[in-house]
Write a protein that binds this ligand. Structure first.
Ligand code: F3S
Length: 649
C-alpha cells in the first residue's frame, strides 16, 4: 500500500495570513483576542491559546484589548462595534472575502443579494452584513430558485468561498438559463477549488481517503463529501482519531490518500501520514502472520482455498504475471508483485515456463475459474529459516536494496525482505540513504524473529567491518619495508599527511613528501589526492606504518654524486640562514652547508650582514659525506685561491 498526500492540502493563504497577523499582535501585546475562533481546527486552537491568542464571541468581551477579525470577515456593524471597544482592531479578513464584501455593498438598496452557501456560516453572515439591500442565503439550486421566484430584480448572487465548484457550475448554468438577468459572481476561492480538485483527483485513484481537519470547518467537510463519492473516506481531526483496523479490506497495491482542510496545520498532516505508515507496517506484519498459520494447514491438492500451499508449474509468463498449473480446476496466476519483493525485477527474470515452484493461494475466484497465488510469501517463510541458518553461521550474504524506508533500507535476499537500520547501512549519520537504492550490498544477518510474521534485520556495517578487519590482519602479516602502494590522502596535519593504503592509514612525514624543501604539506597535496607511497618503516605492536612519497628513481642525491665531486667550484643559491651558517641549494633536493667560518676570510659576526636568502654565490665543495648525505661548502676557500665558478653551473 502506498500513501499519497493531495498536492493541495492544508493551510490556505488567507488562514496563514490571519495566523501570522494574530501571532505578531500577540507578541506585541502579550495576548490578543479573536472574534470567533481563528481557524476551524480544535488542536490548532489549543496551540494558539498557548501563544496567548484567545477567541471571544463578541467585541464587548474584549473591551480595551487588541482584537483580530478572522479570515471569514464580519458584518460592517460588528466591525464598527469592534473599533469602538478595542485597543486595536487587526483586520485579518481574507482579501478574497473582502472582494465579496465590496460586491455586496455595491448592490442597490432596491435590489437583492443572495449568498449561495450556508446561512449559518460566519463568512455568509459577514457578507450579508455588508449589503445595503435585502439579503438571502441559499444552499442549493432549489432554495435559490425558490428565492428568485419571489424576488424583485435586480438580483446579485455571490458564492461562499468554500462552496463546491462542481455544484456551483451546475447551479449557475441552470439559473442563468431560467433567470437570464440575474447577475452571478463566481466568488469561490481558488485555494478551495484547488483543494477540492486535488482531493477529487486523488480520491478517484485511492481505495481509502483520510480527510484531516476540524469538524466545524466547512471546507474540510466539503472535501470529505467529495472524497466519499469516490472512495471509502474517514474524517479525522488528528492522528489519534485514526480508527483501528482502518486498513481492513484493502489490497496490497491500494493507494491511501490524505487531504486536509484549509485550516489544518502542516504538522497535523504529517502526524496523520506517519500514523498511516505505522498502520501499513502493522497490517503487513499481520498479513504475514495470517499466511504463516495458513501455510501449516491442509496440504490436499484437490481443492484450493486461501492460504493453501501448492506446487505450481509455470505455464507461461508475460510482463504482468506468470500463469501456473496447480492441479486444480482453477487456472492459477501469480502477478509480478506476488512473485518478488524486488520492484525492478521482470517476471521473466524470476520464472520461466516449466519451472516448478512453491506458492500459496491468496484468492480463489470460482466465478471466473481463477486462483491468485503468491510465490514471495512462501519464499518469505522458507527465507526465514535459511536466514536464521546464515545468522548462526555468521555468513556474509549479498542482496539488492529495493526500497528506502523510514529509518533504514530494505534489501531483498532471495525474495525475503531484510531491514537494514540506517545506523547499520554504513551511510554516515545525516547522509542520504537514497544513494543505496538499487545497489547490491554485502551484509550480515543480525536478527531473525518469527514475531509478527517474521522480521529479519541485517547490517552492512558489520559485513564491511569484518572485511576491513580481515584485510587489516592480512596487511600486518605481509607488510615489508619498500612495499609500494597507491594511496589516498585522508587528512593533512602540520607534520605530514595520513594516507589510506587500503587496510590502514599510514603517515607520510612532511620531509618524506618530496625530495624538495616543503613549507607545509598542504602546499604539495590535498585531501583526496591519489599518491604513490612506499613503506619506510612500521611498528607491528603499535600498528603504525611510516610511508614515503619520494620516488627513489628521482633521488637528487644520486644525481649529485654522479655530477659533482669534492673541490668543484660551483654556483649555489642561499635558501636559509642559521646561527651557525647558511644552507645553499646546489641542485633541487640537495643543499650544502656554508659554515659561518667558511663564509669569509674575515671573522663574520652576523651572517645576515653578509648573505641573504636568494643570493647566488660561488662556493667550493670542501666535503661530501655520502653516508649522511651531507655536503660542506666554502666561500672563504675561493677568496683564498681566487677561483670562481663557471657560468654553466
Ligand atoms: Fe481566503 Fe480562500 Fe482561505 S477565501 S481564507 S484563501 S479558503
Amino acid at each position: 500500500m502506498r500513501i499519497e498526500i493531495a498536492d493541495k492540502a492544508g493551510f490556505c493563504f488567507g488562514v496563514k495570513r490571519a495566523i501570522n497577523l494574530a501571532e505578531t499582535a500577540a507578541e506585541k501585546y502579550g495576548e490578543v483576542f479573536t472574534l470567533g475562533e481563528l481557524i476551524h481546527n480544535e488542536r490548532a486552537i489549543e496551540e494558539l491559546e498557548a501563544k496567548g491568542i484567545h477567541a471571544v464571541e463578541t467585541p464587548e468581551e474584549a473591551v480595551g484589548k487588541p482584537l483580530v477579525i478572522r479570515s471569514h470577515g464580519v458584518a460592517r456593524a460588528v466591525e464598527e462595534t469592534a473599533r469602538k471597544c478595542s485597543a486595536e482592531v487587526i483586520d485579518a479578513t481574507c482579501p478574497n472575502v473582502l472582494k465579496i464584501h465590496k460586491i455586496a455593498a455595491s448592490v442597490p438598496k432596491n435590489g437583492t443579494l443572495i449568498v449561495l452557501g450556508d446561512e449559518n456560516h460566519p463568512e455568509v453572515i459577514g457578507i450579508m452584513g455588508h449589503a445595503n439591500c435585502k439579503t438571502f442565503a441559499a444552499k442549493n439550486a432549489e432554495q435559490l430558485k425558490a428565492v428568485l421566484e419571489k424576488t424583485a430584480e435586480p438580483v446579485c448572487i455571490v458564492v461562499q468561498t468554500t462552496f463546491d465548484s462542481g455544484e456551483f457550475s451546475e447551479i449557475s448554468q441552470k439559473i442563468s438559463a431560467e433567470f437570464p438577468r440575474v447577475e452571478i459572481h463566481n466568488t469561490i476561492c481558488t485555494a478551495t477549488e484547488q483543494r477540492q480538485k486535488s482531493a477529487r483527483e486523488l480520491s478517484r485513484r485511492a481505495a481509502l481517503m483520510i480527510v484531516v481537519g476540524g469538524r466545524s470547518s466547512s471546507n474540510t467537510r466539503k472535501l470529505a463529501e467529495i472524497c466519499e463519492k469516490n472512495a471509502k473516506t474517514v474524517f479525522v481531526t488528528s492522528a489519534e482519531e485514526i480508527p483501528p483496523q482502518i486498513l481492513k479490506g484493502l489490497q496490497a497495491d491500494d493507494i491511501i490518500g490524505i487531504t486536509a482542510g484549509a485550516s489544518t496545520p502542516a504538522h497535523t498532516i504529517k502526524e496523520v501520514h506517519d500514523k498511516m505508515n505505522e498502520e501499513i507496517t502493522k497490517n503487513n506484519n499481520e498479513n504475514e502472520e495470517d499466511f504463516a498459520s495458513l501455510l501449516e494447514q491442509d496440504q490436499s491438492f484437490n481443492k484450493l482455498y486461501n492460504g493453501k500451499r501448492v506446487k505450481a508449474t509455470v505455464v507461461s509468463v508475460s510482463k504482468k504475471e506468470a500463469v501456473v498449473e496447480v492441479g486444480a480446476k482453477q487456472t492459477g496466476y501469480i502477478v509480478r508483485e506476488e512473485l518478488t519483493n524486488d520492484p525492478t525485477a521482470e517476471v521473466e527474470d524470476i520464472v520461466k515456463p516449466g519451472d516448478v515452484i512453491d506458492a500459496v493461494v491468496i484468492k480463489v475466484d470460482d466465478s471466473v475459474g481463477t486462483a491468485a497465488l503468491s510465490k514471495k510469501r512462501v519464499d518469505a517463510q522458507l527465507g526465514l529459516e535459511k536466514l536464521d541458518e546464515i545468522k548462526q553461521a555468521n555468513e556474509t550474504i549479498e542482496g539488492k536494496v529495493t526500497r528506502v524506508v523510514n529509518g533504514g533500507v530494505i534489501v531483498n535476499y532471495e525474495n525475503t525482505n531484510v531491514f537494514i537500520p540506517a545506523s547499520h547501512t554504513g551511510v554516515p549519520r545525516g547522509g542520504k540513504l537514497d544513494t543505496l537504492q538499487g545497489k547490491s550490498v554485502k551484509f550480515k544477518i543480525i536478527e531473525v524473529s518469527n514475531d509478527r510474521g517474521g522480521r529479519v534485520v541485517g547490517s552492512i556495517r558489520q559485513a564491511t567491518r569484518e572485511v576491513r578487519e580481515a584485510e587489516r590482519a592480512k596487511f600486518w602479516e605481509t607488510i615489508e619495508v619498500g612495499q609500494k602502494f597507491e594511496g589516498e590522502v585522508r587528512s593533512i596535519e602540520n607534520y605530514g599527511v595520513f594516507v589510506d593504503i587500503g587496510a590502514v592509514d599510514g603517515l607520510v612525514h612532511t620531509a618524506d613528501l618530496t625530495w624538495n624543501r616543503v613549507g607545509h604539506p598542504k602546499d604539495i597535496v590535498k585531501v583526496g589526492d591519489k599518491i604513490n607511497v612506499i613503506v619506510k618503516s612500521f611498528d607491528l605492536e603499535k600498528k603504525r606504518v611510516s610511508l614515503s612519497a619520494k620516488d627513489p628513481d628521482d633521488n637528487p642525491w644520486t644525481k649529485f654524486i654522479e655530477e659533482y665531486a669534492k673541490d668543484d667550484v660551483i654556483k649555489a643559491t642561499i635558501v636559509s640562514i642559521t646561527e651557525f651558517g647558511a644552507f645553499a641549494q646546489i641542485i633541487p633536493g640537495v643543499d650544502g652547508l656554508i659554515h659561518i667560518s667558511q663564509i669569509s676570510t674575515e671573522r663574520v659576526q652576523d651572517i645576515n650582514t653578509v648573505l641573504k636568502v636568494g643570493d647566488v654565490v660561488d662556493v667550493k665543495i670542501i666535503d661530501i659525506d655520502e653516508e649522511k648525505n651531507r655536503v660542506s661548502l666554502s666561500i672563504r676557500a675561493l677568496s683564498e685561491s681566487g677561483e670562481t665558478a663557471s657560468d654553466d653551473e
